[in-house]
Design a protein around this ligand. Sequence first.
Ligand SMILES: Cc1cc2nc3c(=O)[nH]c(=O)nc-3n(C[C@H](O)[C@H](O)[C@H](O)COP(=O)(O)OP(=O)(O)OC[C@H]3O[C@@H](n4cnc5c(N)ncnc54)[C@H](O)[C@@H]3O)c2cc1C
Length: 451
Amino acid sequence: MTSQPRNPMDLLAQLDLEALGRLSQKVDLPALLNGASRLNDGQLKQLSRMLAGGSEQQRALPEANGDFYGQLAELGAEQRAVAASVADFMRAHVAPIMNEHWSRDEFPQHLIPELRKLDLLRRVWNEDGTRKSDATVMEGLITLEACRVDVSTAVFFGVHAGLAFASIALGGSPEQKAEWLPKMLDLEAIGAFGLTEPEGGSQVSQGMRTTCRRDGDNWVLNGEKYWIGNSPFSDFTVVWARDVDTQEVRGFIVRTGTPGYSVRKIEGKVALRIVENGHITLEGCRVPETDRLQEVQGWRTTAEVLRLTRAGVAWQGVGCALGAYELALRYAQTREQFGKRIGEFQLIQNHLVHMLGNVTSSLSMVLRLSHMADTGQMRDEHASLAKVVTAARCRETVALARETFGGNGILLDHGVIKHFADTEAIYSYEGTNEINTLVVGRAITGFSAFV
Ligand SMILES: Cc1cc2nc3c(=O)[nH]c(=O)nc-3n(C[C@H](O)[C@H](O)[C@H](O)COP(=O)(O)OP(=O)(O)OC[C@H]3O[C@@H](n4cnc5c(N)ncnc54)[C@H](O)[C@@H]3O)c2cc1C
């Protein structure tokens, strides 16, 4: 900026008196000058920017797009089309109602018919329960675009299309697949996945308390399952239980309404409030042998389902961080303090660049992981490392994004606090930070540090 003349006589010499005369016929010039003389430095700078043609105010600022390296833009046409359809759905149907549903602690079930129209499951799974060649990338993109706006929507989809669907696809007989998979692909039957117990989270593989006992053509299930997403309104839950006779883990399709099976919705969550999680009680619950998942090979099948879905949870961290970064950037481009957009401050730019670095590196990681999964190269420790890293980077990113909003950051209407809160759930489920770290640590050192 050029320096301004300080001497009042110099100032007067620069004035166009004829123009001032014309102006004074239109406005109260003395009052205007009097008002201008009382402006503070910041307000004066703003005024001078406007007088300079409003160029800064009107200059098109860069679009808030967290895909800085164009990694998403380079994907295949079908993948980009699916991602765009999810983004449109989120913008048109979820964004307008999500705060209301968040406040009510309630999943918007009325959106299921709209979601059905996108036919997303068929982009991931074939009718027979085998996976498409790019299933993990596709699932990841769906997850990312949903989480960019609302993580709960991605979790609803992930539980149904990931955990529940994969349990039947990997553990079901041809008859069971024929009965359930078409309905699940069409979102006509909604599934849940019941593994965790009140006393058994990380240790559930070793300390599963829910039991099953064969009784003629039936099995009798007893126990409790906790945190089970979608279960308050699902059509069935895949319940994992330990056989009292063989000690083997078995999987069952337990239909809602079966006597002895009841679900209480868990109230009072401060993360993922739009997801409905249930506390399931099984009391002498009789399930026919035909609803035992016939191809389950003990815990090995359960672990295989979790391995398939862990990549999806790593994508949740990326999508959530991406959404929070973009919200923060837009806010920094418009919010003014001290006569400047806060994005003009170096410290705020530092936050934004740090967030973008997290998002960009996490996105590279999950894209590579998904390619490994889709080409049969992914091992447990690969998925675990991605979950650990993306969840941690997401946690850091949403905190910086929230900070960028100042006090407004804790208001639901500004959006970022929902990402902040949801990250706490991402951080802890599908294997906590500690458990996934131990999985990677065992793989790289050759020593198991599990106790
Ligand atoms: C919102 C939400 C949705 C969920 N949805 C589902 C669902 O749909 N279906 C389902 O089955 N489950 C679900 N879960 C459960 C989830 O998978 C568990 O919360 C998770 O496995 C952790 O178990 P926990 O919460 O019991 O923690 P705990 O196992 O009690 O762990 C507590 C702490 O101890 C640490 N810890 C435990 N063991 C070790 C060890 N050996 N070494 C070092 N540290 C250790 C953990 O890392 C953690 O920090 C959900 C959870 C949440 C929060």
